[in-house]
Design a binder for this molecule. Structure first.
Ligand code: FES
Ligand SMILES: [Fe+2]
Length: 389
């Protein structure tokens, strides 16, 4: 985040403390409750948002060397990402071209030279080329060039790996312009300098909530006082935050209780991470949280209209990791995991209650405007063709 933006956000939040105001939108906003459980709507979201948009499926630190790989199934598509001896990252459908078995069953690994299908032993090199057919001479004529693993569009930036989970035709270009997709957040994300950060922890959580309701829990601080009195609330000023729409994405900051310590200090010395957490919502399903010494990556994936998987990952700069003991990081992860249990405990009641007939729509207050923006963006994307189709 550029220093001028950091100062502007900190000043805005100090103003809210001084005048007891909030970062208000023009009025209330709403979204119909059906969007959280309707089966047709759910299918459209999967087909459009989770097949045509870039989705974070892994991290550069898992894929540093040739032969490193990760697999990923949360989008509903079986995905395999690996780095070739040429240094390039490639993504494939993790599906054997013989009769469709899963080629690589492990979640991640290293030193692969080829992926060998466990069913009949067909093998694929790191570029996805079919290089071995068991008893090939007797099997019959197979045009090997046409039987490589199906490619997917893939991009790597800021330590994150994105895939567009739709199979490409043979010969179709697998690259895409991730910078264009992330605009106008490019300068911000470059500023955090995450390329070398290490994946410290990654765990799935499976709330019985629609995948968007999971994202909703990150978009306001209004609930901290009541829902998180023993976890995050003691760290933050009550509902002091500032929100901004950035293309189809969002950026916001939440003030910590130490914020007022910077009053009177020269603005050149202000550093937002010391007195606030900075959040980004990367459309459609990722939230990044920058704290003093790490970045939390939260990705929400649809399972059914009423269930999701949220992958909670922590990226740490190597110098921070070297300075602090394992017990420090474990405490940190446990702390956030406890707050998530609180969020999802209440979220699961909301999901169950959607069908009760009590509310036809969700009501978002003026300082909950980020929820209104988010659902507007989802609606727009579901109704239109996305830029990277
Ligand atoms: S399904 Fe993979 S070798 Fe037969
Ligand atoms: Fe929360």
């Amino acid at each position: 985040m550029q220093h001028a933006d950091q100062v502007a956000y900190l000043e805005r939040m100090l103003g809210m403390v001084r005048n007891n105001t909030r970062d208000d939108g023009p009025g209330l906003s709403h979204t119909p409750v059906e969007t959280y459980y309707d089966a047709d709507r759910f299918r459209r979201e999967v087909d459009l948002l989770f097949r045509r948009h870039p989705i974070v499926v892994g991290f550069s630190s898992q894929l540093r060397r040739a032969g490193d790989f990760v697999t990923h199934d949360h989008t509903g598509q079986p995905i395999l990402v690996t780095r070739g001896t040429d240094g390039l990252l490639r993504a494939f459908l993790n599906v054997c071209r013989h009769r469709g078995a899963t080629v690589e069953p492990k979640a991640c690994g290293a030193n692969k030279r080829a992926f060998v299908c466990a069913y009949h032993g067909w093998s694929y090199d790191l570029t996805g080329r079919l290089v071995g057919i068991t008893d090939g001479a007797m099997f019959g004529d197979v045009d090997r060039a046409a039987y490589g693993l199906r490619r997917l569009k893939v991009a790597e930036k800021h330590g994150l790996v994105w895939v567009v989970p739709t199979a490409l035709a043979n010969g179709e270009d697998a690259g895409f312009d991730i910078d264009a997709y992330l605009e106008p957040l490019g300068a911000d994300l470059s500023g955090w300098d995450m390329q070398g950060w290490e994946l410290h922890n990654s765990q799935p959580i499976r709330p019985r909530m629609n995948w968007k309701l999971v994202i909703d829990t990150f978009l306001e601080l209004y609930h901290f006082r009541y829902l998180h009195p023993g976890t995050v609330y003691p760290l933050f000023l009550d509902n002091v935050a500032t929100y901004e729409r950035m293309g189809s994405h969002m950026r916001w900051a939440a003030a910590k209780r130490t914020l007022t310590e910077i009053e009177g200090q020269p603005t050149e010395s202000w550093r937002i991470r010391d007195h606030a957490i900075v959040f980004y919502q990367l459309f459609p399903n990722t939230v990044l949280t920058y704290t003093q010494d790490h970045c939390g990556v939260f990705t929400s994936f649809p399972v059914t209209p009423d269930e999701s998987v949220m992958q909670f990952s922590v990226l740490v700069p190597p110098e921070e990791k070297a300075q602090k003991p394992e017990s420090y990081w474990k405490k940190n992860v446990d702390f956030f995991a406890t707050a998530l249990v609180e969020d999802f405990g209440i979220g699961e009641t909301i999901q169950r209650n959607f069908r009760s007939g009590a509310n036809r729509e969700q009501t978002f207050g003026k300082f909950e405007k980020a929820l209104g923006w988010y659902h507007e963006e989802v609606e727009r994307a579901v109704l239109s063709s996305p830029p990277h189709a």
